[in-house]
Ligand binder design. Structure first.
Ligand code: HEC
Ligand code: HEC
Ligand code: HEC
Ligand code: HEC
Ligand code: HEC
Length: 163
C-alpha cells in the first residue's frame, strides 16, 4: 500500500514537472488568434504570411495592416487590440515559435516554392488549430531535416545547411 502511494506521488511529481516545463517554454501570443476560423473562412496562408506568396526565404508574421483589411470597422471586443495597435501605428508583437539557430540556413522558397512541400509536413495541420501557436507541433531537429533530404536524394553536405 505504502509503496503504491509513494509510486503514485512520484508519478504525479514527474507529470507535474513535465507540464511545468512545457508551460515555461510555451510562447504567449499577444492576441488569441484562431487559424481554424480564418482558414475555414477560405483564407490562403499567403494572405497573412506574405513571404510565402512572394517566394521569400521567410514566411513572416502578418502586418497589422493585413488584419485591418477585415477588422478595421467592427466593434467586436475580441479584435479591439488590432485596432489599438493600428492606431498607434505599431506591429503586433507576435512571438516566434519556429526558428533555426543562427548557424543554420533554411529557406521557405526552396521547400514550399520549389519542392512543393505542404506546410503541414513541418508545422502540423494549421487548419485545425483553434488556439494561438505556443510550441512546435513538429519539432525542428537536424535529424529530421537530414532524414527527409536522404529519402529525397537532396544534399546532406554540412555546408548546405550550416553557412
Ligand atoms: C479576409 C478577412 C480577414 C483577415 C485578413 C483577418 N481576419 Fe480575423 N476574422 C475574420 C473572420 C471572417 C472572422 C470570424 C468572425 C466570426 O466568427 O464572427 C475573424 C475573427 C477574428 C477574431 C475573433 C476570433 C474569435 O474567436 O471569434 C480575431 C481575434 C481575429 N479575427 C484576429 C485577426 C488577426 C490578428 C488578423 C491578422 C493577422 C486577422 N484576424 C485577419 C476575417 C479576417
Ligand atoms: C520543410 C519544412 C517546412 C515547411 C514545408 C514549411 N515550413 Fe515554415 N518554418 C520551417 C522552419 C525550419 C522555420 C524556422 C525558420 C527560421 O528560423 O528561419 C519555419 C518558420 C515559419 C514561420 C515563422 C516566421 C518565419 O518566417 O520564420 C512561419 C509563419 C511559417 N514557417 C509558415 C509556414 C507556411 C505558411 C508554410 C507553407 C506555405 C510553411 N511554413 C512550410 C519549416 C517549414
Ligand atoms: C488571417 C491570417 C493568417 C492566416 C490566413 C494564416 N496564418 Fe499562420 N499565423 C497568423 C498569426 C497572426 C500568427 C501568430 C499567432 C499565432 O501563433 O497563432 C501565425 C502563426 C503561424 C505559425 C507559427 C509561426 C511561429 O514561428 O510562431 C505557423 C507555422 C503558421 N502560422 C502557419 C500557417 C499556415 C500553414 C497557414 C495556412 C494553412 C496559415 N498560417 C494561415 C496569421 C495567419
Ligand atoms: C519533408 C522534406 C524536407 C525536410 C523536412 C527538410 N527539407 Fe530541406 N529540402 C527538401 C527538398 C526536397 C529540397 C530540394 C529543393 C530544391 O529542389 O531546390 C531541399 C533543399 C534544401 C536546401 C538547399 C540545398 C541545396 O542544394 O543547396 C537547404 C539548405 C535545406 N533544404 C535545408 C533544410 C533544413 C535546415 C531543414 C530542417 C530545418 C530541412 N531542409 C528540412 C526537403 C526537406
Ligand atoms: C539538412 C540540413 C542540415 C545538414 C545537412 C546538417 N545539419 Fe547540422 N543542424 C541542422 C539544424 C536544423 C540544426 C539545429 C537543430 C538541432 O540542433 O537539431 C543543426 C545543428 C547542428 C549542430 C549543433 C547541435 C547542438 O546541439 O547545438 C551541430 C554541431 C551540427 N548541426 C553539425 C552538423 C554537421 C557536422 C553536419 C554534416 C555532417 C551537419 N550538421 C549537417 C541542419 C543540418
Amino acid at each position: 500500500m505504502r509503496r503504491a502511494a509513494l509510486a503514485g506521488a512520484f508519478l504525479a511529481a514527474v507529470v507535474g514537472a513535465l507540464w511545468l516545463a512545457r508551460r515555461l517554454q510555451a510562447a504567449e501570443q499577444p492576441i488569441a488568434f484562431n487559424h481554424k476560423k480564418h482558414i475555414g473562412a477560405g483564407l490562403e496562408c499567403g494572405v497573412c504570411h506574405e513571404g510565402i506568396a512572394e517566394g521569400r526565404v521567410h514566411a513572416q508574421f502578418p502586418r497589422t495592416e493585413v488584419c485591418m483589411t477585415c477588422h478595421s470597422s467592427e466593434d467586436n471586443p475580441k479584435t479591439q487590440a488590432i485596432r489599438d495597435y493600428a492606431a498607434q501605428k505599431r506591429e503586433i508583437p507576435w512571438q516566434r515559435v519556429y526558428s533555426v539557430p543562427k548557424h543554420v540556413y533554411f529557406s521557405h522558397e526552396r521547400h514550399v516554392g520549389i519542392a512543393q512541400l505542404d506546410c503541414a509536413v513541418c508545422h502540423g495541420d494549421m487548419a485545425e488549430k483553434a488556439t494561438p501557436v505556443a510550441y512546435q507541433a513538429v519539432p525542428i531537429k537536424m535529424a529530421r531535416c537530414i532524414a527527409c533530404h536522404q529519402s529525397r536524394g537532396v544534399t546532406r553536405d554540412c555546408l548546405a545547411c550550416h553557412r
